[in-house]
Design a protein around this ligand. Structure first.
Ligand code: F7E
Length: 330
């Protein structure tokens, strides 16, 4: 019988790539949609006929229990939540509610549906993946960062993700649940939201090339990140739920690049010079910045056999070319 997966956040970048990957593997895939009459499903428009949907809200426990009961999944991938870091200072409470408490509510829904209590160690039949983030490392204690590097989150987003990470581990240790966290470093694609810096840059480069705009306002050009391709990272999520023993993994490329380098590559991809168009805007500097992030993905390489397929340069070039194609097509 086909395995069943339930994905929260299925309409996002990662949700769409993961749904594609699981369908390719023969899964029956369920997605959680929110209560809106018209959910934003553009990223999964090409898949909707092959997917099943159920509705739930992250601040409504009963709706989460009902969603888990309805889908009766073998695996749950918790990708929902706020992902755009800069606005989490204005919405710290909401961020904590969804990215922190929301994780607890999904874990509780699994516990209720599977009938787990403290004495039922190891008897759960739903495997749980939590989307943890490299933002938990924040003001980094060491470089590169691995699974046991100390956390020092620098935003309400990072703090809430840290709670989600620890409560996932706690439910694994308390109830014997197969619950794991993937500590994913930045991962991008042509489906990335347009506020994130890579996509903001590739889209602007394409718009400038076509004469639709002249300037691109950016914040901290010196920030460095370990950027990989989202299509590769969802494969790691799936592999994490297929292991004999549940444990957490860092997923990244192990290389670091600056925002300035991203601008150079993106503009070069459309035959422009970034220095003619980029303006540094102090309003885009964050109240507390994460200056550098770089993964040590050795555990994922060794235990999962996972490796990224796309280099940073190929990724940014692909995104810039895709934006130019899309805009040219209208
Ligand atoms: O910023 C700097 C900014 O917004 C990257 C999310 O997926 O990855 C992502 O979080 C860097 C920061 O991503 C602009 O200050 C400069 O240092 O693309 P970003 P993020 O904050 O690293 C982690 C792993 C997640 O989990 C998150 O959900 O770029 N930067 N100028 C800028 N950033 C933005 N957005 N816009 C600028 O104009």
């Amino acid at each position: 019988m086909a395995k069943r997966a339930l994905i929260t956040g299925i309409t996002g970048q990662d949700g769409s790539y993961l749904a594609e990957h699981l369908l390719d593997l023969g899964y029956q895939v369920w997605g959680v949609l929110r209560r809106d009459s018209d959910p934003a499903t553009s990223r999964i428009a090409h898949l909707v006929d092959d997917l099943s949907f159920t509705r739930a809200e992250f601040d409504d426990s009963a709706s989460l229990v009902a969603a888990v009961e309805r889908a009766r999944p073998d695996e749950i991938y918790n990708l929902a939540g706020t992902s755009y870091v800069p606005t989490t200072w204005q919405h710290a409470e909401l961020t904590t509610e969804v990215n922190g408490m929301g994780v607890l509510r999904v874990l509780e829904a699994i516990r209720v549906v599977c009938g787990l209590d403290e004495s039922a160690a190891g008897s759960g039949d739903i495997r749980f993946y939590q989307a943890s983030s490299s933002e938990m490392f924040g003001k980094v204690a060491e470089t590169p960062q691995h699974e046991t590097t100390i956390f020092h989150p620098r935003s309400p987003y990072g703090v809430a993700k840290t709670y989600g990470h620890y409560i996932t581990r706690n439910y694994r240790e308390s109830f014997g649940m197969y619950a794991v966290s993937g500590i994913l470093f930045n991962h991008e694609s042509p489906r990335r939201g347009t506020g994130f810096v890579t996509r903001k840059i590739t889209l602007a480069a394409a718009n400038i090339k076509l004469g639709h705009q002249d300037e691109l306002h950016l914040g901290n050009l010196d920030a460095q990140r370990d950027w990989g391709y989202a299509g590769d990272y969802v494969k790691a999520m799936h592999l994490m739920l297929q292991q004999p023993i549940p444990t957490d993994y860092v997923i990244g490329t192990g290389t670091m690049h600056s925002v300035q380098e991203t601008a150079r590559i993106a503009f070069e991809a459309v035959d422009l010079d970034w220095r003619d168009h980029v303006v540094v805007d102090p309003d885009l500097i964050r109240p507390a910045e994460v200056e550098t992030l770089c993964a040590n993905p050795t555990k994922a390489h060794t235990e999962l056999g996972w490796k990224p397929t796309l280099s940073f340069e190929e990724l940014i070039q692909t995104m810039a070319e895709s934006d130019l194609r899309r805009l040219t097509a209208g």
